[in-house]
Ligand binder design. Structure first.
Ligand SMILES: Nc1nc2c(c(=O)[nH]1)N[C@H]1C(S)=C(S)[C@@H](COP(=O)(O)OP(=O)(O)OC[C@H]3O[C@@H](n4cnc5c(=O)[nH]c(N)nc54)[C@H](O)[C@@H]3O)O[C@H]1N2
Ligand SMILES: Nc1nc2c(c(=O)[nH]1)N[C@H]1C(S)=C(S)[C@@H](COP(=O)(O)OP(=O)(O)OC[C@H]3O[C@@H](n4cnc5c(=O)[nH]c(N)nc54)[C@H](O)[C@@H]3O)O[C@H]1N2
Ligand code: SF4
Ligand SMILES: [Mo]
Length: 705
């Protein structure tokens, strides 16, 4: 028996945990944390540890499949060569008939092939690619940081100086390890004495370790931030030197928040004024402090101004690029060659939603992509032009996009749907071709962490081969070759080589060492200023003003709320939030992984004892949660750890054990309840996934439950 230990990085979530993979005779048998990793130092979560079970799962897709003509749900295997030849011929035909913009590309959240998909789209000449987060996830935080500070900032969890205070805003890193800020480091900081403040309608796992919990009404975060800034400016506890020397627009901001005292904040957010004042003072007086923001501030139609308000609050504290604060990136890797130059200007103009949602799809966008609701309209109604083909690399849009019914209708109407995945999902089951993708222990890549700032670089190494699985980049490179796409003469190997050049390392050298982690340089702005037009932090944003958006942050009531829709609130009296992360699952994944499913066998909905009493519900009862758009069935968890009147449901639920092609898609899928219709955030086109209205009813249990 040959035994090998291979070093790599887990990428089940956005990743970052260093891993040692034990391979016996070509089979992955064990994955343990790499104690040498400067990020995770030997720690891994339950998902990472279950990697061998996932890699060797009997349901893994292991060969390319083609839908058999006329037989619903029937598949036949074919060779990679045949699959790639046929798919490229069909893509070429659609391109020829109705233009390259008629072929869209889809993907999932920040995976290893994220930027390669953007590269493939540009080379193909289509402006229409999407990712299910983007407008709803991360792009608002990145774009607002770029506009305000000239770069994305991240908590300095990995440096020598520890923060005195961490303000977690709509963020639960102890579970989500989002974007390379691992649960273990946030937890360590709290254990070492950092004071935590959590802004969250749920007392999340992170909030439970904080000194202060501010359970605000969902969707009102901007009002809370404005109110906290009011206190900080009124009490003159902002960093006066930093603000005077390094910011513009302070007087205008001060004037804007003068009208937002804590009792105004209390009326809107439901957080007592005394608590708003206490949190503002604690955050502003602690040095250094991290403001660690998350998804909870983005899944709303006022997300530009919400994220801006919180970004300005951070700037007032002066904790930018200081040791133990929120640091700007080192950006160690060369930018991914996404071949933006290959996308003609005329094609760019056709990007769906680009004109309206300038920070999602326009020229000032960080990573221009299509507006998902507009893309679905083009699939369904060929308006303003037809989108007839979709190639999805690692996404499960039937579970992860809002308004599942519409997504289902749109995907069903396509002339060509190709899905690359690890498993047969409800989305893959609608496809014409299903391609077997490689799982992280089967992948070669380099990755910079935390995401976007790239302060450390890691090598992902292939340790095993499962069936005929191929990594997504290879699939795209092979399609590009057949379609003779410009710029694609270079493949993934060449891309990796280019990206590593600034580090003076070859891929082989990086693999041998596992990672590169040069010392962090703080206070970078003191040399060259911030990378904004004024070279300062822009509290009043000149870039937003030029784009026609409000240059100062403001609060707007969400369009579907108890306040804005009293008519709806009569039949839907509670506030619905969806998708708070669970340790055991990554979005719609791992429901077929026995060890993880055992820990969390059923979809769950959290509610407060007040509502439970009113409806005669006890923990463990089945309940029906309904919105004006649909309903789902979940098990109740009655808990004090949630704001009264808020119902929090899990997202991503389908049942691989049930029969295809639907696999129980219509039972407990949170996106049966969400809405992808207007109004949208004016800059990002964001739709509302949290802070909607709902009602609950107790359900009778079925015999087998
Ligand atoms: N209601 C509601 N909806 C949400 C959210 C919410 O909070 N509430 N969150 C949203 C957010 S922030 C995001 S980012 C999205 C995530 O949305 P998705 O990325 O679509 O979600 P996943 O279920 O993680 O991934 C989809 C598929 O990718 C496959 N996969 C995993 N790794 C690979 C790989 O390397 N290659 C390939 N080809 N396939 C792979 C998985 O098997 C899975 O079937 O969901 C969004 N949807
Ligand atoms: N295990 C696991 N890890 C994951 C993922 C996963 O599916 N599973 N998904 C990954 C992805 S793509 C992402 S984007 C990240 C997200 O990870 P995080 O940024 O940590 O976000 P969430 O856990 O989705 O939500 C954080 C908190 O927001 C709260 N919240 C809901 N509505 C509001 C609101 O209106 N205001 C405020 N202030 N808070 C609100 C929720 O109660 C929740 O506790 O996680 C990543 N990591
Ligand atoms: S936190 Fe993410 S990277 Fe770390 S082991 Fe878990 S799934 Fe893997
Ligand atoms: Mo996300």
């Amino acid at each position: 028996m040959t035994v090998q230990i291979v070093k790599s990085v887990c990428r089940i979530c956005h990743g970052g945990c260093g891993a040692l993979l034990t391979v016996e005779d070509g089979r992955l048998v064990k994955v343990t944390g790499d104690p040498d990793s400067p990020m995770s130092r030997g720690w891994m979560c339950v998902k990472g540890m279950s990697s061998p079970e996932i890699a060797n799962h009997p349901d893994r897709l292991t060969q390319p499949l083609r839908r058999r003509d006329g037989k619903a749900g029937g598949w036949e295997p074919l060779s990679w060569d045949d699959a790639l030849d046929e798919i490229s011929r069909r893509v070429a035909a659609i391109r020829e008939e109705t233009g390259p913009e008629s072929v869209a590309l889809g993907q999932g959240t920040g995976r290893h092939h994220y930027l390669h998909t953007v590269r493939f789209a540009n080379a193909l000449g289509t402006p229409n690619w999407y990712e299910p987060g983007l407008a709803q996830c991360f792009i608002p935080r990145i774009s607002v940081s770029n506009l305000t500070y000239g770069g994305f900032v991240t908590g300095d969890y990995y440096g020598q100086t520890k923060p005195e205070c961490i303000l977690f805003w709509g963020h639960n890193p102890l579970v989500s390890s989002a974007d390379g800020e691992l649960a273990v480091v946030a937890k360590r900081c709290l254990e070492q004495g950092a004071v935590g403040i959590a802004v969250d309608p749920r007392r999340s796992e992170t909030a439970q370790r904080c000194q202060l919990w501010l359970p605000l009404r969902p969707g009102t975060d901007a009002a809370l931030a404005l109110s906290m800034m009011h206190v900080i400016i009124r009490d003159k506890i902002y960093d006066q030197d930093f603000v005077a020397e390094w910011t513009t627009g302070f007087d205008q901001l001060a004037e804007a928040v003068r009208h937002c005292p804590p009792d105004w904040g209390e009326r809107i957010t439901g957080v007592p004024a005394a608590q708003i004042t206490e949190a503002a003072r604690l955050y502003a007086r602690s040095k250094p402090a991290i403001l660690d923001w998350g998804l909870g501030i983005e899944q709303n139609t006022n997300c530009l101004q919400t994220v801006r308000a919180i970004a300005c609050l951070r700037a007032l504290s002066g904790n930018i690029d200081v040791p133990g604060g929120d640091i700007l990136g080192m950006n160690l890797l060369r930018a991914y060659p996404v071949l933006a130059q290959e996308l003609p200007e005329a094609a760019r103009k056709k990007r769906l939603g680009a004109e309206q949602y300038k920070l999602l799809g326009g020229w000032r966008a960080f990573m221009p992509s299509a507006h998902i609701p507009a893309l679905l309209r083009a699939m369904l109604h060929h308006d303003p032009y037809p989108v007839r083909g979709l190639l999805v690399f690692g996404g499960n849009p039937l579970l992860t996009l809002a308004n599942t019914r519409q997504v289902h209708a749109a995907l069903s109407k396509l002339d060509l749907l190709v899905v690359a995945d690890l498993f047969m999902t409800p989305t893959a089951a609608l496809a014409d071709y299903v391609l077997p993708a490689a799982f992280w222990p089967e992948v070669e890549q380099v990755i910079g962490y935390p995401l976007v700032v790239e302060n450390m670089v890691f090598a992902q190494q292939k340790a095993v081969q499962r069936g005929e699985c191929r990594q997504d980049e290879w699939i795209m490179d092979e399609l590009a070759k057949r379609l003779k796409l410009p710029g694609c003469e270079e493949n993934l190997k060449d891309v990796i080589k280019q990206r590593l050049e600034p580090l003076g390392l070859t891929h082989e050298q990086l693999k041998e060492k596992g990672w590169a982690h040069p010392p962090h340089v703080y206070y970078k702005y003191r040399e060259k200023g911030f990378r904004t037009r004024s070279k300062k932090v822009e509290l009043h944003s000149s870039a937003l003003e030029r784009l026609g958006y409000d240059p100062l942050p403001s609060y707007q009531e969400p369009p579907e709320s108890l306040v804005s829709r009293p008519d709806l609130a009569e039949s839907f009296p509670y506030i619905l939030i969806t998708g708070a992360r669970r340790r055991e699952f990554f979005h719609s994944e791992q429901r077929q992984v026995r060890s993880l499913r055992k820990l969390r066998p059923h979809p769950q909905a959290e509610l407060h004892p007040e509502q439970a009493r009113q409806h005669g519900i006890a923990s463990g009862d089945w309940i029906r949660v309904s919105s004006p758009r649909g309903s789902v069935r979940m098990k109740a968890v009655v808990t004090e750890n949630i704001r009264p009147g808020v119902v929090s449901i899990e997202h991503g639920w389908w049942f691989p054990e049930q029969e295809g092609p639907d696999f129980g898609l219509w039972e407990a899928n949170a996106n049966l309840l969400t809405n992808n219709g207007p109004p949208y955030d004016p800059a990002f086109g964001t739709y509302q996934l949290r802070g909607l209205l709902c009602r609950i009813e107790k359900e009778e249990a079925q015999a087998d439950e």
